[in-house]
Design a protein around this ligand. Structure first.
Ligand SMILES: [Zn+2]
Length: 244
């Protein structure tokens, strides 16, 4: 009966965990300006603090109640607070055992074996251990799915296949979008592209041989790089590109 009860509780506990972690990631973690283990720890403190303040506020309202009504409302309050929070306090059983080293033959490691009473406890333990090590879930800016941010860098895109570009990952598509946005605002790239497009039109019309096309594109690329290094001014670049 105990095992059946635990099995029946699985869907609800997975759902509860998913909803609460999503809330934590979207409302608390997504707004972070810096992504360091210290910032993650502060987020967890803020999250816990909000839950305890909410719980206290409900508790204060109970002071007028008596008898059965008080008991019923207290029970409701406990369930309400529980349903809206991620547990930070749970029981696990831990033992330490010597195991064969997974890679080095003939050697041993001391391994920690953890036993959880239910799935949600295991998920919470895994999440919090990840948190403590500086790993956090983040929503991909491109596909909206979660991925694990584990480097401390401000990475915005996941490495899964992008839904709108088969064969490419979100980070490949994202880098491309960023590059395009950057070049749109960069006057040097803008000038270069205008000259490049003029040359391309002439080539397509047959007014430019392949050799001339290759040579002239190399020349305007060279000018672009000189302007990017600051060797020539933007005005000088414009003037020189007008010759193409
Ligand atoms: Zn993605």
């Amino acid at each position: 009966m105990e095992w059946l009860r635990r099995l029946e509780a699985l869907p609800d506990s997975i759902h509860h965990f998913k909803v609460r972690v999503t809330e934590l990631a979207d409302d608390y973690l997504a707004t972070l300006k810096v992504r360091t283990p210290s910032a993650y720890a502060a987020v967890w403190r803020d999250y816990q603090l909000r839950l305890s303040l909410e719980s206290q506020a409900v508790y204060d309202e109970l002071s007028d109640l008596e008898g059965d009504e008080l008991q019923r409302t207290r029970k409701w309050q406990r369930e309400e607070v529980e349903s809206r929070s991620l547990p930070a306090n749970f029981g696990i059983r831990t033992t330490y055992e010597a195991m064969s080293h997974p890679k080095k033959k003939g050697q041993f490691i001391l391994a920690e074996r953890v036993q959880c009473d239910d799935l949600e406890t295991f998920l919470m333990l895994d999440l919090l251990r990840g948190f403590a090590a500086g790993h956090i879930p983040r929503r991909c800016d491109h596909c909206g799915r979660f991925f694990l941010l584990d480097s401390g860098y401000d990475i915005r895109y996941c490495e899964n296949e992008a839904p709108d570009a088969p064969g490419k990952t979100c980070s490949q598509v994202g880098a491309h979008i960023k590059e395009r946005r950057k070049s749109k605002n960069d006057p040097v790239i803008g000038e270069y592209k205008r000259a490049y497009n003029r040359l391309k039109t002439r080539k397509n019309r047959g007014q430019l041989s392949t050799d001339d096309w290759n040579r002239q594109v190399a020349e305007i690329q060279n000018l672009k790089e000189m302007a990017q290094r600051g060797d020539i001014s933007l005005a000088r670049l414009k003037e020189m590109l007008n010759g193409f």
